[in-house]
Write a protein that binds this ligand. Structure first.
Ligand code: 5GP
Ligand code: MG
Ligand code: MG
Length: 189
């Protein structure tokens, strides 16, 4: 089946796949430098971060171990409440290890803050975050993110792993979803 034409569903392409790959390569060089000689466990939160994770680890020149968590936000399925339930926990023990959390996008920061707190209680050697996208205007809880791909405007975006109703994840670049698709109000605001 062909990927449905999504041009009429989006208002703007913010970053092409090539731009995203180029920026990820720059971040990978920083991460290689910062973690030289260390054992790193790279953790992605399903599902949005799978594209960033798979592109990042293949760009890295060191042996990166990976693991996954799935969480669900209490309350509305699209709005972040910061109260989170673990749907799938890590397979690995992280005590004493260097943990790098890979995120698709940081919006309010509530989910990520909860996750950092949860992982910190397990006694890792360190925790840092790499986020492909961040919306500085949407932040409700400040969160310390060491590696940021791009800061973007406060709009609802899809592609590169990010969905609307589970759709658009496999759009290759990052695009602003047209409000006519979701009927006006930003689904995540
Ligand atoms: P936060 O807790 O930072 O508000 O949001 C966490 C999650 O909400 C992100 O990992 C992502 O899954 C989703 N999210 C936030 N903003 C957007 C957006 O603009 N588009 C999409 N598709 N998902 C978003
Ligand atoms: Mg996420
Ligand atoms: Mg989503």
């Amino acid at each position: 089946m062909e990927l449905r034409d999504v041009e009429s569903d989006i208002t703007e392409i913010l970053f092409s796949e090539e731009q995203i790959q180029g920026r990820l390569a720059e971040l990978a060089r920083e991460i290689e430098r910062d973690y030289e000689g260390k054992d790193v466990l790279i953790i992605a939160v399903l599902k949005g971060a799978v594209m960033v994770l798979s592109d990042l680890v293949r760009e890295l020149k060191f042996h990166a171990h990976i693991d996954f968590m799935a969480v669900s936000s209490y309350g509305s399925s699209t709005k972040s409440s910061g109260v989170v339930r673990i749907v799938k926990d890590l397979d690995a023990e992280i005590a004493g290890r260097h943990v790098l959390i890979v995120e698709d996008i940081i919006d309010s920061g509530l989910t990520l803050n909860w996750l950092i707190g949860n992982l910190e209680s397990r006694g890792p050697a360190s925790i840092e975050v790499v986020a492909m996208f961040r919306k500085p205007e949407a932040i409700k809880e400040p969160v310390d993110v060491k590696y940021v791909g791009y800061d973007i405007p406060n709009a609802f975006v899809v592609g590169y792993g990010l969905d609307y109703n589970e759709d658009y994840r496999n759009v290759r670049g990052l695009a602003v979803l047209s409000p006519h698709v979701y009927g006006g109000e930003d689904p995540h605001a």
